[in-house]
Design a protein around this ligand. Sequence first.
Ligand SMILES: [Zn+2]
Length: 330
Amino acid sequence: MSGVGGYAPATVRALARTIRSRARRVQNRFRRASVILLYHRVAEGVADPWSLCVTPANFHAQAAVLAGRGVVPLDALADDLALGRRRRALAVTFDDGYADVATTAWPVLRAHAIPTTLFVSTGTLDGGAEFWWDELERIVLGSPALPDSLWIDLGGEAFSWLPTSAGARRQLYFALHQRIGRLAVAVRTRVLADLRDWAGVPGGCRDTHRPLAADEVRALARESALHLGAHGVSHSYLGALPADEQQREIQASKATLEAIAGAPVERFSYPHGDCAPRTVAYVRAAGFRLACGTACAPVFTDADLFDLPRVEVPNLPGPAFARWLDEWVG
Ligand SMILES: [Zn+2]
């Protein structure tokens, strides 16, 4: 076997990836792009269908790399943008507000003096419940057995499921995730209760998936290098909600965090990166000075302060993380 047909597709794809990453590195260096990193969790040994976790060992190594490169507060990066200053900077953000930010991530970031912006979804601060996607995972993927079929009313949409293959549970999880994230909060709460009844799974909150409690957020807010941002109340796809509910999510998450911190909270992160033009207008009107999305890109000098792109950090050990970072910041 020889000639073009002899190349393995995987080899061609790897070559294309290498060329793309080198091109990105050259382009970013030329344009002096900044990069905002996006983390969610520092944890291991937990179900993680969205790859949100960086393991503690990898996070320790990544923090050492970041400390060596130099990290600026997200606000400083935004100030550069607002003033048209060209500076290649690196900023660190965490989304959602998992308890492991307080117990595991922040002590490492603090030790390395890495300024960090933490965007907190406020609907779970009183304890007792997991984030809705974790509860869905606990019901659909975590229960030992499921009934043979499902028929459920998803806020007016009939949804049915029959397991047909080994991967059926994961398919069910992602299908339900796609639908119930866009439901009004009260409907989603009812649907999750119906799903728990269907699967015979009790309510509650696993310690491994615990969101931050209000006291923990209060303690973090006292740290000079940790800056709070709002992330909605119920972590919904805001663009799917009626106008009044969107505004309430945006304003109430700001007000709750300001009451906890005793200081203004002027940074927002769109849950699921969902930032329709109307949502952006509500965020501006609520008094925020910047907002982050999830478009995976560097921050060029013409970036929109109300849709700042961020790059999700992969779970890589130190040397591989340093190489990955080189591709973004050159
Ligand atoms: Zn989030």
